[in-house]
Design a protein around this ligand. Structure first.
Ligand code: NAD
Ligand code: DAU
Length: 355
């Protein structure tokens, strides 16, 4: 079996669902169920014996040691993290605790377990750390895309905490020989994406008749990958990646934010037109920029394509259409995630952000 951390969040839940749709190997899913973790994402697995959900913290060494000793997984895939840049700006503490201290404790607990494994199990074990392209910092307009050897230049508390976790993972390989793999991926989108992030926020706000808040001039560039393609890349790295190596994962889909918002509006105009016949575009509002906002990310995914023969299955056009359909068809899910805490977050982040 495998142990997945953070498997009730956006990417983790997609990973667990895809894994169990394709393999019979059991998944232990360790998730603290923070505001971003949602059991409803995994509702289709209710009663499935191959999914063992455990609510808990990656930093709880006793709990993790017990899970490892009892279930003897052959791999850990570490998704657990605080993941939202804006939240890291309002309050970095949780990011330091989970992304740095939590990852450190997880590695340390794993070291104790792994060092006592017998030869073959020890050799075959893998710790796959899921990280982000944001650790590389910001690119100028014409600079080449991030390769795996690009210098680390994190600019937000979130990306700094992820960078620190990447360094710890690297150090545990070089110092203790822990069999690690690290992936650095670009912006994901797709089903179960919590509507604090750009694409789901725009869909949810548009349908609710609210404004669509575009930070700054909307010309910041991100490289977008459909979440299921990220999941397939992780499965491939786990299966065939070289221990100690880093793999950048991306969709070769660089787009300015304002283009993303226009695309979402056009799809909603087509699939769920406003009753007044106007375009959702009229709801766009330019608001005060994110402090320290990185201008451009771009992933050079040649290494994973060349060495592991991985390629994304979706283009941006097919992936974004599927995504908008999913939100239209899952309005109950959308309603259920809009708790009081979610509304408080919107107020904290958007009130007073002058147009
Ligand atoms: P998310 O915020 O949707 O989910 C994170 C999950 O981790 C939640 O279920 C949460 O409950 C859980 N969690 C948080 N702290 C925990 C702790 N201490 N112990 C156990 N569980 C804990 O995040 P996501 O967007 O699914 O991202 C998953 C991973 O992928 C993160 O490591 C993130 O840095 C990385 N990543 C995300 C993207 C993206 O575009 N979303 C891109 C590249 C990399
Ligand atoms: O690049 C990978 C990263 O992508 C992941 O590591 C992070 O976990 C993930 O959250 C994401 O980070 P971003 O900051 O790029 O994602 P977000 O959806 O928050 O913002 C995308 C872009 O849209 C960014 O330039 C900021 C802008 N934005 C965002 C929001 C929420 C807006 O213009 N308005 C908004 O309301």
């Amino acid at each position: 079996m495998i142990l997945v951390t953070g498997g009730a969040g956006f990417i983790g839940a997609n990973f667990v669902l895809d894994w169990l749709a394709q393999a019979s190997e059991t998944v232990i899913n360790l998730d603290a169920l923070t505001y971003a973790g949602n059991r409803e994402n995994l509702a289709s697995l209710d009663g499935d014996q191959r999914h063992l959900f455990v609510q808990g913290d990656i930093g709880d060494s006793a709990l993790v040691a017990d899970l490892l000793a009892r279930h003897q997984p052959r791999a850990i895939i570490n998704f657990a993290a605080e993941s939202h840049v804006d939240r890291s700006i309002h309050g970095p503490e949780d990011f330091i605790q989970t992304n740095i201290v939590g990852t450190f404790r997880l590695l340390e607990t794993l070291r104790g377990y792994w060092s006592n494994l017998q030869d073959e199990a020890k050799q075959n074990f893998r710790f796959l750390h899921v990280s982000t392209d944001e650790v590389y910092g910001s690119l100028t307009k014409d600079a080449p895309a991030f390769t795996e050897t690009h210098r680390y230049e994190p600019n937000s508390p979130y990306s700094a905490s992820k960078a620190a976790s990447d360094h710890l993972v690297r150090a545990y390989y070089h110092t203790y020989g822990l069999p690690v793999l690290t992936t650095n991926c670009s912006n994901n989108y797709g089903p179960y994406h919590f509507p604090e992030k750009l694409i789901p926020l725009m869909i949810v706000n548009a349908l609710a008749g609210k404004s669509l808040p575009v930070y700054g001039d909307g010309q910041q560039i991100r490289d977008w990958l459909y979440v299921k393609d990220h999941c397939s890349a992780i499965r491939r790295v786990l299966e065939a990646g070289t221990v100690g190596e880093v793999y950048n994962i991306g969709g070769w889909n660089e787009k300015p934010n304002i283009d993303i918002v226009h695309t979402v509006c056009a799809l909603l105009d087509e699939l769920r037109a406003r009753t007044d016949g106007h375009s959702y575009r009229e709801q766009i509002t330019y608001v005060t920029d994110r402090p320290g906002h990185d201008r451009r990310y771009a992933i050079d995914a040649s290494k994973i394509e060349r060495e592991l023969d991985w390629k994304p299955a979706e283009t941006f056009d097919t992936g974004i259409r599927k995504t908008v359909h999913w939100y239209l068809e899952n309005q109950d899910w959308v309603a259920n995630v809009q708790s009081g805490a979610y509304r408080e977050w919107l107020e904290k982040n958007y009130t007073g952000r002058s147009a």
